[in-house]
Ligand binder design. Structure first.
Ligand SMILES: *Cc1c(COP(=O)(O)O)cnc(C)c1O
Length: 386
């Protein structure tokens, strides 16, 4: 039997990563410096997008994205109930109203047909934006989302926190990487320890839009610029202007170095995640009582590997007793007390609520061994065989 405990997700930090961070600690820069720029460029190349803006975490990335897209009090934005709360909260930070569209039970992604029904039920101009989430690492079809947004005049912000390296295949047969800015106005990533790249805290926004990029740079650092081309006047070498109300959402150079070091093995990590998923798929396709969510999808980045079982609480507790720390992703956002207080209630999104009643995320991370995975599979099978 492998050595427990086995978490659902875990960072992979190598001696090379530690050496790289140590070198940065001896450099002239601790907060945002040359390593941030290097990381931004390398990440943009990895994704295939023009601009990348690294920030202090994924939630800050969402906040700045919502600000750059112009969310204002009273504006209405649609997202999915099956996501981390931050996907919705960024709209609230700007005073906007959050609306939800139910998920497609086959994928647990936002159902674009449900989004369309919501849009068609109101006059044009009623809604301002759409925030789809590449949930668990499965890419939303952003080509279709874009068409819908264009038809109804919405901006499109992709929450790609789960999906670096993921892609969908567009109507021309081309692979479209998550966050590549071909369809969405902006996309965000997170470098929280359970995500593909683990900085501790870290986030990033990608775009192909130069005006949005410039706005994000301003917002990241207090709304301050020293760019001579942008200044309204210039009193001398010391002079800078605060041109808009921004924040300190900078990423430290130490953490950018940690991300850069991990980015070199991103493809290997992704390949391992996909191999583990194929092994889970194969095992559970033979197991009565275990449903897998969207098995065998090309382009899946497998941040999470999710099954659905009848007695989810029973399985969760059974695995815990065996030191396997499975997790639930997610409690529907509209059922959080904060959102209930805004008027949402049980029954509003039946597919999301049915999914939540049965879902469980099994261990999925590149350093999970075959032996550990087999132990997880054996425990799940023993439990459902009852
Ligand atoms: C992790 C996550 C975020 C927020 O990222 P942080 O870096 O933790 O702030 C946003 N959206 C989704 C879907 C996430 O999983």
């Amino acid at each position: 039997m492998p050595t427990p405990p086995i978490p659902y997700g875990r960072q992979h930090i190598t001696d090379d990563d530690i050496r790289a961070v140590t070198e940065t600690l001896r450099s002239d820069y601790l907060t945002q410096g040359p390593k941030v720029a290097e990381f931004e460029q390398a990440f943009a190349e990895y994704i295939g997008v023009r601009y990348a803006v690294a920030v202090s975490n994924g939630t800050a990335a969402l906040h700045l994205a919502a600000l750059a897209l112009g969310v204002q009090p009273g504006q209405r934005v649609i997202t999915t109930p099956i996501t981390f709360a931050a996907s919705a909260n960024c709209v609230r930070y700007c005073g906007g109203e959050v609306y939800f569209a139910d998920i497609d039970p086959a994928t647990a992604l936002i159902d674009l047909a449900a989004v369309r029904r919501l849009l068609e039920a109101h006059p044009k101009g009623h809604f301002h934006g759409l925030i789809p989430v590449d949930f668990a690492g499965l890419a939303v079809n952003l080509e279709q989302a874009r068409q819908l947004c264009d038809e109804f005049g919405l901006w499109l912000l992709e929450d790609a926190a789960h999906s670096p390296g993921g892609f969908f295949v567009d109507s021309q047969g081309r692979e479209q990487r998550c966050g590549n800015g071909q369809f969405a106005d902006l996309a965000i990533f997170s470098f929280h320890p359970v995500k593909h790249i683990a900085m501790g805290e870290g986030g990033l926004i990608t775009t192909n839009d130069k005006a949005l990029y410039d706005q994000l740079l301003l917002l990241r650092t207090h709304g301050i610029t020293k760019d001579a081309d942008l200044l309204e006047q210039n009193d001398g070498g010391w002079y800078y202007e605060m041109q808009t109300l921004g924040f300190n959402y900078r990423l430290p150079d130490m953490l950018a170095t940690l991300g850069l070091s991990q980015l070199h093995r991103a493809d290997a990590g992704l390949a391992r995640r996909r191999a583990l998923a194929a092994q889970y798929d194969a095992a559970f396709s033979q197991t009565a009582g275990v449903q897998t969510v969207a098995p065998g999808r090309t382009g899946h980045a497998y941040h999470l590997y999710i099954i659905e079982v009848e007695d989810r609480k029973g399985l969760y507790d059974y695995l815990r007793e065996r030191q396997i720390f499975a997790q639930v992703h997610y409690i529907p956002v509209h059922l959080m007390p904060y959102y209930r207080a805004l008027g949402w209630q049980p029954g509003d999104f039946p597919h999301a609520e049915a999914y939540y009643a049965h879902c469980l995320s099994l261990p999925m991370f590149p350093t999970l061994t075959d032996e550990q995975q087999q132990y997880v599979i054996d425990c799940v099978r023993t439990f459902v065989a009852g």
